[in-house]
Design a protein around this ligand. Sequence first.
Ligand code: S3P
Length: 163
Amino acid sequence: MKNIVLIGMMGCGKTTCANLLHEKLGRPVVDTDALIVEREGRSISDIFAAEGEPYFRDLETAVAKELSEPRELIIATGGGLPLREENTAALRQGGVVFWLKRDPAATFASESMDGRPLAQDGQDAFVKRFEQRTPIYAAAADHIIEDFSSPENTVNAILNCLN
Ligand code: S3P
Protein backbone atom coordinates (compact mmCIF):
# COMPACT_ATOMS: atom_id res chain seq x y z
CA MET A 1 0.00 0.00 0.00
CA LYS A 2 1.14 3.51 -0.76
CA ASN A 3 2.79 5.91 1.66
CA ILE A 4 0.96 8.98 2.91
CA VAL A 5 3.16 12.00 2.24
CA LEU A 6 2.52 15.36 3.91
CA ILE A 7 3.93 18.55 2.37
CA GLY A 8 3.44 22.23 3.17
CA MET A 9 4.96 25.27 4.81
CA MET A 10 6.90 25.26 8.05
CA GLY A 11 4.52 25.03 11.00
CA CYS A 12 1.47 23.99 8.97
CA GLY A 13 1.01 20.83 11.07
CA LYS A 14 2.74 18.06 9.10
CA THR A 15 4.36 16.47 12.16
CA THR A 16 1.24 16.78 14.32
CA CYS A 17 -0.94 15.24 11.59
CA ALA A 18 1.60 12.50 10.93
CA ASN A 19 1.51 11.52 14.59
CA LEU A 20 -2.30 11.55 14.66
CA LEU A 21 -2.42 9.45 11.50
CA HIS A 22 -0.03 7.04 13.20
CA GLU A 23 -2.43 6.76 16.17
CA LYS A 24 -5.36 6.06 13.85
CA LEU A 25 -3.72 3.80 11.26
CA GLY A 26 -0.82 2.27 13.19
CA ARG A 27 1.53 2.92 10.30
CA PRO A 28 5.12 4.04 11.02
CA VAL A 29 6.02 7.72 10.75
CA VAL A 30 9.13 8.99 9.02
CA ASP A 31 10.00 12.67 9.45
CA THR A 32 12.55 13.77 6.85
CA ASP A 33 13.93 16.58 9.05
CA ALA A 34 14.28 14.24 12.03
CA LEU A 35 16.12 11.71 9.85
CA ILE A 36 18.55 14.38 8.66
CA VAL A 37 19.15 15.65 12.22
CA GLU A 38 19.78 12.11 13.42
CA ARG A 39 22.22 11.34 10.63
CA GLU A 40 24.10 14.61 10.93
CA GLY A 41 24.09 14.66 14.73
CA ARG A 42 23.24 18.37 14.74
CA SER A 43 20.18 20.59 14.47
CA ILE A 44 18.71 21.99 11.25
CA SER A 45 19.80 25.48 12.35
CA ASP A 46 23.37 24.25 12.90
CA ILE A 47 23.43 22.54 9.50
CA PHE A 48 22.20 25.71 7.76
CA ALA A 49 24.65 27.91 9.69
CA ALA A 50 27.70 25.70 9.18
CA GLU A 51 27.11 24.32 5.68
CA GLY A 52 24.47 26.49 4.02
CA GLU A 53 21.13 25.64 2.47
CA PRO A 54 22.37 23.71 -0.64
CA TYR A 55 24.13 21.18 1.61
CA PHE A 56 20.89 20.65 3.55
CA ARG A 57 18.93 20.32 0.30
CA ASP A 58 21.31 17.60 -0.92
CA LEU A 59 20.69 15.65 2.30
CA GLU A 60 16.97 16.11 1.77
CA THR A 61 17.18 14.79 -1.79
CA ALA A 62 19.05 11.70 -0.60
CA VAL A 63 16.32 11.04 1.99
CA ALA A 64 13.51 11.60 -0.54
CA LYS A 65 15.05 9.07 -2.90
CA GLU A 66 15.32 6.51 -0.11
CA LEU A 67 11.60 6.90 0.54
CA SER A 68 10.31 6.18 -2.97
CA GLU A 69 9.06 2.64 -2.29
CA PRO A 70 5.45 2.04 -1.19
CA ARG A 71 5.92 0.80 2.39
CA GLU A 72 2.74 2.01 4.11
CA LEU A 73 4.67 4.83 5.76
CA ILE A 74 3.42 8.19 6.90
CA ILE A 75 6.03 10.68 5.71
CA ALA A 76 6.22 14.20 7.16
CA THR A 77 8.49 16.30 4.94
CA GLY A 78 10.47 19.47 5.55
CA GLY A 79 8.66 22.48 4.08
CA GLY A 80 11.20 23.00 1.32
CA LEU A 81 11.46 19.41 0.14
CA PRO A 82 9.17 19.90 -2.90
CA LEU A 83 11.44 22.72 -4.15
CA ARG A 84 13.38 20.08 -6.06
CA GLU A 85 11.16 18.33 -8.55
CA GLU A 86 13.24 15.14 -8.28
CA ASN A 87 12.32 14.92 -4.57
CA THR A 88 8.62 15.09 -5.31
CA ALA A 89 8.96 12.63 -8.16
CA ALA A 90 10.65 10.13 -5.81
CA LEU A 91 8.00 10.47 -3.10
CA ARG A 92 5.15 10.24 -5.58
CA GLN A 93 6.43 6.93 -6.90
CA GLY A 94 5.37 5.18 -3.72
CA GLY A 95 3.04 7.67 -2.09
CA VAL A 96 -0.05 9.84 -2.19
CA VAL A 97 0.91 13.46 -1.56
CA PHE A 98 -1.21 15.79 0.60
CA TRP A 99 -0.51 19.52 0.69
CA LEU A 100 -1.53 20.99 4.03
CA LYS A 101 -2.48 24.41 2.68
CA ARG A 102 -2.83 26.33 5.89
CA ASP A 103 -3.10 30.12 5.82
CA PRO A 104 0.49 31.36 6.22
CA ALA A 105 -0.32 34.41 8.33
CA ALA A 106 -2.31 32.25 10.76
CA THR A 107 0.53 29.72 10.82
CA PHE A 108 3.16 32.35 11.52
CA ALA A 109 1.06 33.95 14.25
CA SER A 110 0.33 30.73 16.11
CA GLU A 111 3.35 28.45 15.69
CA SER A 112 6.87 28.73 17.09
CA MET A 113 9.43 29.41 14.38
CA ASP A 114 12.38 28.59 16.65
CA GLY A 115 14.81 26.25 14.95
CA ARG A 116 13.49 27.18 11.51
CA PRO A 117 16.23 29.20 9.83
CA LEU A 118 14.09 30.22 6.84
CA ALA A 119 11.34 31.70 9.02
CA GLN A 120 13.36 34.33 10.88
CA ASP A 121 12.48 37.39 8.79
CA GLY A 122 8.97 38.13 10.02
CA GLN A 123 5.44 37.43 8.90
CA ASP A 124 5.52 39.31 5.59
CA ALA A 125 8.55 37.36 4.40
CA PHE A 126 6.90 34.14 5.53
CA VAL A 127 3.72 34.92 3.59
CA LYS A 128 5.79 35.86 0.54
CA ARG A 129 7.68 32.58 0.73
CA PHE A 130 4.34 30.75 0.88
CA GLU A 131 3.16 32.62 -2.22
CA GLN A 132 6.37 31.79 -4.09
CA ARG A 133 6.01 28.13 -3.17
CA THR A 134 2.28 27.85 -3.86
CA PRO A 135 2.63 26.71 -7.51
CA ILE A 136 5.31 24.22 -6.46
CA TYR A 137 3.17 22.71 -3.70
CA ALA A 138 0.16 22.65 -6.01
CA ALA A 139 2.10 20.78 -8.70
CA ALA A 140 3.45 18.30 -6.15
CA ALA A 141 0.12 17.49 -4.50
CA ASP A 142 -2.39 14.77 -5.27
CA HIS A 143 -4.77 16.32 -2.74
CA ILE A 144 -5.04 19.72 -1.10
CA ILE A 145 -6.21 19.90 2.51
CA GLU A 146 -7.72 23.17 3.73
CA ASP A 147 -9.51 22.28 6.97
CA PHE A 148 -7.39 23.45 9.90
CA SER A 149 -10.22 23.90 12.39
CA SER A 150 -8.48 21.25 14.54
CA PRO A 151 -5.74 18.64 13.98
CA GLU A 152 -8.43 15.96 14.26
CA ASN A 153 -10.45 17.57 11.46
CA THR A 154 -7.36 17.98 9.28
CA VAL A 155 -6.57 14.31 9.67
CA ASN A 156 -10.15 13.32 8.95
CA ALA A 157 -9.98 15.34 5.73
CA ILE A 158 -6.87 13.37 4.74
CA LEU A 159 -8.57 10.07 5.58
CA ASN A 160 -11.65 11.06 3.57
CA CYS A 161 -9.45 11.57 0.51
CA LEU A 162 -7.90 8.14 1.00
CA ASN A 163 -11.21 6.33 1.29
C1 S3P B 1 12.30 24.29 5.66
C2 S3P B 1 11.43 23.68 6.52
C3 S3P B 1 11.87 22.97 7.72
C4 S3P B 1 13.28 22.43 7.54
C5 S3P B 1 14.20 23.53 7.13
C6 S3P B 1 13.77 24.21 5.82
C7 S3P B 1 11.76 25.03 4.49
O1 S3P B 1 10.97 21.91 8.02
O2 S3P B 1 13.30 21.39 6.62
O3 S3P B 1 14.25 24.48 8.18
O4 S3P B 1 12.52 25.35 3.57
O5 S3P B 1 10.52 25.27 4.48
P1 S3P B 1 9.50 22.16 8.69
O6 S3P B 1 8.57 22.39 7.54
O7 S3P B 1 9.23 20.90 9.40
O8 S3P B 1 9.63 23.32 9.60
